[in-house]
Design a protein around this ligand. Structure first.
Ligand code: 5GP
Ligand code: ZN
Length: 114
């Protein structure tokens, strides 16, 4: 996946502000934040999006959600609240085809989303 932007961030070929990491997951700041806290959590292994996940990925997807909650806590928004977003496909606005969990917080977020 040499031309995948987020695979290149995993490979440290493109810089990112990494806030947390383990053997399977990487958390870094979104380059164009939509809220005071806007992190992206990605699996280090290339999966195009949640809909492209396969049987056997359940544990990884569960870990992704828990990692996002922990990152939100470390960013100081556990009590004020935060939103976890997984975009899938054109109508969602998905722009980078490497699975990423948005963690948004630090302001009151509108609902329904635009
Ligand atoms: P999507 O719309 O695909 O769900 O979200 C992609 C996100 O990736 C956007 O919020 C966008 O700002 C972020 N993004 C795109 N390119 C880069 C980059 O090179 N570095 C970082 N840190 N974030 C990026
Ligand atoms: Zn990738």
């Amino acid at each position: 996946m040499g031309d995948c932007l987020f695979c290149r961030i995993v490979a440290k070929e493109i810089p990112a502000t990494v806030v947390a990491e383990d053997d399977e997951l990487l958390a870094f700041k979104d380059i164009n934040p939509q809220a005071p806290i806007h992190l992206l959590i990605i699996p280090k292994r290339h999966i195009a999006n949640t809909a492209a996940s396969e049987a056997g990925d359940e544990a990884l997807l569960g870990r992704l959600l828990r990692f996002g909650c922990r990152a939100a806590g470390e960013a100081g928004v556990a009590e004020s609240g935060f939103r976890l977003v997984l975009n899938n496909g054109p109508d969602s606005g998905e722009a980078v085809p490497h699975l990423h969990l948005h963690v948004l917080g630090g302001r009151r977020l509108a609902w329904p989303p635009g």
